[in-house]
Design a protein around this ligand. Structure first.
Ligand SMILES: Nc1ncnc2c1ncn2[C@@H]1O[C@H](COP(=O)(O)OP(=O)(O)OP(=O)(O)O)[C@@H](O)[C@H]1O
Length: 365
């Protein structure tokens, strides 16, 4: 949730040319401009030949304000993780720019990149595989601090980090396998916090956890944001998690954003047929509402990002698709209402009821 602006220190040793005029808006911490990540598909035994590309992320633009939580949702394989990793430059984007506090991260040389890295951290989905089983918690926390020149002596900082995520000091001497899943994710969060980040990209931070533990870990993230003014990008396929934690939500389909709105607007009135279908698949606790509400069932599987459909990428599964235009023209993400963007040629007609969905068969979304 949004909180007061975070005081950021000026970046040392960065050429003025790397400061973007576009991000002079002091409210914006992260700006992603038309970013693309295309993975080459290689074939051949003796000669390595590129025979195609996986268009994992294919032209995403978004901006995240300081202290805001931006949720990214979409089916498995739609490019959420790749986008998250490209934001932190853990993978090289094929095209586009990522501006962090006005600095184009994609252009940074290794030393300025190292300097800026501690301000952007990632929390991974599976805490067990992302924590080195041979390292004690103390060593895990100190590793990143050392790499970023943060003093590790004294121990008070380590105790404060553990207390911030609700773990006892005795955890310092233990190893990852001695903890439960929820505790391990708290260690993953403490590791990210250890280097004083401003932005945390959390990739499915609770999806590996039991439902009963998920809320506790989400509360930890929310409390830390309130205390430290952190900015979050939270990646999740679970719409309930995203709804709970996010100020704004971006819906991804086949490497692109198809809709973006405040959490309240998206859940109350989704505009894109894909968002409508995603939300209609979420069960409602009230049995009367559950029985009477609209369910949009999609036809077909998610197309391969190596061979995306022409035109609107969703047209092969869209219950509202119209001849020609949907097959041939790729819709641009356009502002439909203040703060509510959608990439659909017929969003207005669908919202007004002027277009009705075709008969569709059930498929699992
Ligand atoms: N290193 C890679 N090389 C080739 N293809 C990749 C690579 N990493 C991801 N992909 C492909 O890119 C597409 C997007 O993957 P990504 O993991 O970003 O999606 P996702 O929405 O995060 O899905 P999930 O929730 O399953 O992680 C998928 O088709 C995936 O197979």
């Amino acid at each position: 949730m949004e909180h007061g602006a975070h005081e950021s220190e000026p970046l040392p040793d960065l050429p003025a040319a790397e400061l973007s005029a576009a991000t002079k808006d002091a409210e914006i911490l992260l700006e992603v401009n038309d970013i693309k990540v295309h993975f080459p598909i290689r074939k051949g035994v003796l000669i390595d030949k590129v025979v195609g590309h996986v268009y994992a992320v294919d032209g995403v633009s978004l901006a995240v304000k300081r202290g805001e939580t931006y949720g990214l949702v979409g089916e498995s394989g739609c490019g959420k993780t790749t986008l998250g990793r490209a934001i932190l430059r853990l993978i090289e984007p094929t095209a586009g720019s990522v501006l962090f506090d006005g600095v184009n991260v994609a252009d940074l040389k290794p030393e300025p990149l190292r300097q800026i890295r501690h301000r952007m951290q990632m929390v991974f989905q599976d805490p067990l595989s992302s924590l080195d089983p041979r390292q004690s918690v103390q060593s895990i926390l100190e590793e990143g601090m050392r790499a970023h020149g943060i003093a590790t002596t004294g121990g008070q900082r380590l105790r404060d980090l553990l207390s911030a995520v609700g773990l006892p000091t005795s955890a310092l001497r233990k190893f990852p396998h001695e903890f439960s899943g929820g505790q391990r994710q708290r260690i993953g969060i403490a590791r990210a916090l250890a280097v004083d980040p401003e932005l945390i990209v959390a990739d499915e931070p609770v999806s590996a956890l039991d439902v009963s533990v998920q809320a506790q870990v989400i509360n930890v993230l929310e409390d830390l944001q309130a205390d430290l003014g952190l900015t979050y990008v939270v990646i999740a396929h679970d719409l309930a998690v995203v709804r709970h934690i996010s100020d704004r939500v971006g819906v991804m389909y086949l490497g692109a954003l198809v809709e973006e709105a405040t959490s309240a607007d998206l859940y109350a009135s989704p505009l894109h047929p894909y968002s409508r279908a995603l939300l209609s698949a979420v069960p409602v606790p009230d049995p009367v509402v559950e029985d009477s509400r609209e369910r949009i069932l999609l036809t077909g599987d998610l197309p391969s990002p190596a061979n995306p459909p022409t035109g609107c990428r969703f047209h092969t599964r869209c219950p509202w698709r119209q001849p020609t235009k949907c097959d041939t023209d790729r819709p641009v993400l356009t502002e439909f209402a203040p703060g509510h963007r959608v990439a659909c040629h017929y969003a207005a007609e669908i919202a007004s009821g002027a277009l009705v969905p075709h008969q569709v068969q059930e498929s699992v979304i």
